[in-house]
Design a protein around this ligand. Structure first.
Ligand code: SF4
Length: 250
């Protein structure tokens, strides 16, 4: 009994009441801000192991960035990472943050398919497909449903079968070995269905981009409804992205 009380005292109130305004520790790297200060842009671009930085103007592609922080460490006057975790969007180009930009990355409501908000506005069941993932984003998807983040309070849950799902959440760079399984899972999901890419690997191939072991043709044949960046993604990025995609008002 005393032990239980000690645990209660130690853990306090675990769940996060407001997933939109919750604060994350300063060590977290979310949306970057790039200043207009002049630097050697070629050197800056070349230091990124992910080729996520482009020049003239300097920009970071969050679909490729692994949030390693090296650019901010080497060029602190040029690049800073904020703790803004609301970085999911339905338009790939919105993941590219340019110098001077300091505005939220958002879902464009005009580009959301009408049926998504009509049908999935209060309930969304997803089948998760790890297409060669390293289990990092998969863990964070699990965490999104734990007692702290509690995504299921919004009616968003994972289901075991694609036949019971409203869409698929893809993690991993999509390997050749998983390409067919991914297509089968997608085909088994009833229409209308959503496709969500979770993490840098899923969005761009990540550190595996260009590898002959990948087969990303699935993404050429199907429209993606939501990009959730991160390496791995944060549960608050996942939850806010899915809510922004499916809810008219929050
Ligand atoms: S934080 Fe992103 S943009 Fe910066 S060096 Fe690392 S991968 Fe490249």
């Amino acid at each position: 009994m005393l032990d239980n009380l000690k645990i209660l005292y130690h853990q306090g109130k675990q769940f996060i009441p407001n997933v939109k305004t919750a604060k994350v520790p300063g060590i977290f790297r979310g949306r970057p801000i790039i200043s207009t200060q002049k630097v050697n842009e070629t050197e800056l671009a070349n230091l990124c192991p992910m080729h996520a930085i482009s020049s003239n103007p300097v920009a970071i592609d969050l679909g490729k960035c692994t949030f390693c922080g090296e650019c901010a460490l080497q060029y602190p006057e040029k690049i800073k990472f904020t703790t803004d975790y609301k970085i999911s969007t339905n338009e790939r180009e919105r993941l590219i943050v340019k110098e001077g930009d300091d505005f939220a990355i958002e879902v464009n409501p005009a580009a959301v398919r009408k049926e998504i908000r009509q049908i999935f506005g209060k309930s969304l069941k997803l089948r998760q497909v790890s297409a060669g993932g390293d289990n990092s984003c998969e863990w964070e998807l699990n965490a999104a449903n734990n007692v702290q983040f509690d995504m299921s309070r919004f009616g968003i849950e994972f289901v075991a079968s694609p036949r019971h799902a409203d869409g698929i959440a893809i993690t991993g760079p999509i390997t050749q070995n998983m390409a067919k399984a991914l297509e089968i899972a997608y085909n088994a999901t009833p229409d209308p269905k959503v496709i969500v890419l979770v993490g840098t690997d899923a969005i761009s191939g990540g550190i595996f981009a260009g590898s002959p072991a990948l087969d990303r043709s699935f993404l050429e044949n199907h429209k993606v409804d939501l990009y959730i960046p991160g390496n791995p993604t944060h549960p608050l990025t996942i939850i806010n992205g899915l809510l922004d995609l499916t809810r008219k008002k929050r």
